[in-house]
Design a protein around this ligand. Structure first.
Ligand SMILES: *[C@@H]1O[C@H](CO)[C@@H](O)[C@H](O)[C@H]1NC(C)=O
Ligand SMILES: *[C@@H]1O[C@H](CO)[C@@H](O)[C@H](O)[C@H]1NC(C)=O
Ligand SMILES: *[C@@H]1O[C@H](CO)[C@@H](O)[C@H](O)[C@H]1NC(C)=O
Ligand SMILES: *[C@@H]1O[C@H](CO)[C@@H](O)[C@H](O)[C@H]1NC(C)=O
Ligand SMILES: *[C@@H]1O[C@H](CO)[C@@H](O)[C@H](O)[C@H]1NC(C)=O
Ligand SMILES: CC(=O)N[C@H]1CO[C@H](CO)[C@@H](O)[C@@H]1O
Length: 352
């Protein structure tokens, strides 16, 4: 800037100074107002996003660290082992019968012949190779809790390598909140989806959790199209159930045993165990701790027991009353889940 222009500048400033002052006063007020509005909007957006979308999920891709869950689980679960076969296989029963200590649902004692017949029908016993060969497995267990409603977690859930769903929880028409990817679905006859093709992908694994020999029988009857059995179920299971046999698996009862004795600390005594069977959700979390390197959960947790009208599921109106007769101890399970969260073995995507 040369002297002349500096001079001009000063002159100009001096000349316009009174109006300038007014303008700058008004400008300051407008600026401050703009700042406040921006701040408020920002805060609103921040809080809104914060409460609505939990922070943990966006970097799911980068979050996997091999061996993280196994090393933590080894401390938490006595005799922790990932060497057990995930699903039952024919070779366990064909030549040499697997010597199981417990009967169903905690072992296969007494069900060997039935298993041999059934497992000969499906002929597939493994995890799909594209999952098996992942160096780090990111899993999400999707509970059926009501808080998934309007959660918009669908896209997030779809990003995991393994999405585990439970029982007859629908996907159709709930995609925005729960996603549409299903790697495995854990179920038993009474909880089977009547329209499995609507709520699963063509390659979803349908994982039977056998609570009693009749559960394996039910599936064998359907696959063989034998005469249907109606007695012995506490709720009528589907009698027509169209799933490709190669997508069916039976979960190794080992995980049920670990869930009961080590996660829930239910007494070793078999009779006592029968009284409080773990839920499919609790079982799925235990399984994930033995299979995955990262375990996230969504849609877990029940309303307070005083809240009698609050629906417990995202897709139907049943309330806590239905759980009272279920033979599950959900108080015990809530304590266990909280412990797993505290030890960072699992992380939650939805608030409890
Ligand atoms: C752990 O394994 C050992 C050896 O098999 C066994 O003696 C012990 O009872 C097991 N402990 C638990 C808590 O399962
Ligand atoms: C076979 O039995 C052993 C105990 O002897 C058990 O650890 C294992 O999980 C069983 N395998 C299957 C597929 O049941
Ligand atoms: C979900 O959103 C819909 C539409 O915005 C609303 O009508 C409904 O009450 C919400 N449900 C819950 C459980 O918040
Ligand atoms: C999920 O939905 C999206 C969008 O509709 C679709 O492109 C995708 O193929 C679906 N995924 C599965 C596994 O069905
Ligand atoms: C659940 O387990 C806790 C702790 O063992 C026990 O105090 C409670 O009575 C159990 N509840 C039911 C309904 O069995
Ligand atoms: C029960 C529990 O630990 N809930 C947590 C779920 O995750 C959010 C953060 O994503 C925590 O704020 C909750 O406390």
């Amino acid at each position: 800037m040369d002297a002349q222009s500096v001079n001009n500048e000063i002159c100009h400033k001096e000349r316009v100074s009174p109006t300038n002052k007014m303008i700058s006063k008004k400008g300051w007020k407008a600026g401050a107002l703009l700042l406040i509005v921006t701040f408020c909007f920002g805060m609103f957006w921040y809080l809104h996003v914060e409460t609505y979308l939990p922070r943990t999920y966006e970097p799911v891709r980068e979050m996997c660290s091999v061996g993280d869950v196994p090393s933590k689980a080894a401390i938490f679960i006595s005799n922790y082992s990932r060497d057990h076969p995930v699903f039952l296989q024919l070779s366990d029963y064909f030549w040499v019968k697997n010597q199981s200590f417990y009967e169903l649902p905690y072992g296969t004692k007494g069900s060997e012949d039935l298993l041999m017949k059934f497992l000969a029908l499906t002929n597939r016993y493994h995890v799909p190779p594209e999952i098996e060969r992942l160096s780090c497995r990111r899993c999400v267990v999707v509970g059926n809790g009501h808080r998934l409603r309007n959660s918009s977690l669908g896209e997030v859930i779809n990003k995991y390598d393994v999405v585990i769903r439970l029982n007859n929880a629908p996907v159709h028409k709930y995609e925005r909140d729960v996603g549409n990817k299903t790697t495995m679905r854990f179920f038993y006859p009474e909880s089977a989806d009547f329209d499995p093709n609507l709520d699963n992908n063509p390659d979803s694994l349908m994982v039977l959790v056998p609570f009693k020999p009749l559960d394996i029988q039910w599936m064998k009857i359907i696959l063989n199209n034998e005469k249907r059995v109606r007695k012995g179920f506490w709720k009528m299971p589907p009698i027509i159930w169209e799933v490709e046999p190669q997508n069916i698996r039976i979960l190794n009862p080992y995980y049920m045993e670990v869930t009961a004795t080590k996660i829930l600390g239910i007494d070793q005594d078999q009779k006592k165990k029968m009284k409080a069977k773990p839920t499919t959700g609790m079982l799925a979390i235990t399984f994930a701790l033995h299979f995955c390197d990262l375990v996230h959960i969504a849609g877990f947790g029940y309303p307070a027991s005083s809240n009698k009208k609050q629906p417990i599921h995202y897709y139907e109106k049943v309330t806590l009353k239905s759980m009272a007769v279920s033979g599950h101890n959900i108080t015990l399970e809530a304590v266990a889940i909280n412990q797993l969260l505290q030890h960072r073995l699992i992380q939650n995507l939805t608030y409890f």
